[in-house]
Design a protein. Structure first.
Length: 242
């Protein structure tokens, strides 16, 4: 079993080494034949993250530094990491954000669900056992509201439609990406979940502490536009967006 871990990073020089070590320690508790850790760095990163990542890649066999100067959005960075993992032949592809906003210890829950035969597993901050640091109340309201609106408009049933902590079988991720993911901002994750809804998926509770306090108005506008397009595709033309 070849595990691929996809993690876009930007300005993470203070924590990236400890984060990678902790993630790999968790993965080491499972009997994977191979682990590849794809750290995607683009021009958004202006500190020493790129140099540190290159140094780790030279010293640690699982770590691969993916320099992606062509990316123009967070969605582009995720997609670049996905392509690297797919091309490497990874059987499972685990996505996690850097900076300890998502906790490496929660990865165990994803692997246990995948071992039980699920096609994909999604982290939820809002299901029983999940946690969202409430002092980031604006982000909480946007994430909670986006989940409720998407479920209402499209009939999806996940408790968290905006988290970016997830795991896929390679075939499933390929099919989701082939469906055409158009969002460039945070709604990228929601759009993926909309397409993933037709697979045998599970949700697992995660603990989330978000260091970002702002949500751009443009990102919210894009999210509503993509949601409207998917709503019309389902209800106007009588077919599912997936």
């Amino acid at each position: 079993m070849h595990l691929g871990i996809v993690c876009p990073i930007a300005n993470e020089e203070a924590t990236i080494e400890a984060f990678v070590e902790e993630v790999l320690a968790v993965c080491g508790r499972f009997s994977f034949g191979q682990v590849s850790f794809f750290l995607v760095v683009d021009r958004v990163s202006t500190d020493n993250s790129l140099d540190i990542t290159r140094r780790m890649a030279a010293a640690m066999k699982p770590v691969q530094c993916v320099w992606a100067p062509e990316t123009r959005s967070v969605a582009d960075a995720y997609k670049r990491g996905y392509r690297e993992a797919i091309q490497a032949g990874c059987d499972w592809i685990q996505q996690i954000d850097a900076g300890f906003s998502q906790q490496p210890r929660d990865i165990v829950k994803f692997f246990e669900s995948m071992e039980a035969g699920k096609d994909c597993v999604f982290g939820s901050r809002f299901m029983r056992g999940g946690y969202f640091e409430k002092r980031f109340w604006r982000r909480y309201l946007v994430s909670r509201g986006g989940t409720l609106l998407t479920n209402l408009a499209l009939g999806t049933g996940m408790t968290d439609m905006t988290s970016s902590f997830e795991c896929y079988k390679r075939r499933v991720l390929q099919e989701i990406l082939a469906a055409g993911i158009q969002a460039k901002g945070p709604f990228f994750q929601t759009e993926i979940r909309i397409h993933a809804h037709r697979f045998d998926y599970a949700e697992v509770p995660i603990h989330y502490s978000n260091p970002s306090l702002t949500v751009r108005k443009g990102a919210i506008k894009e999210s509503l536009c993509v949601l409207w397009r998917l709503f019309k595709a389902k209800h106007g033309k009588g077919r599912s967006p997936g």
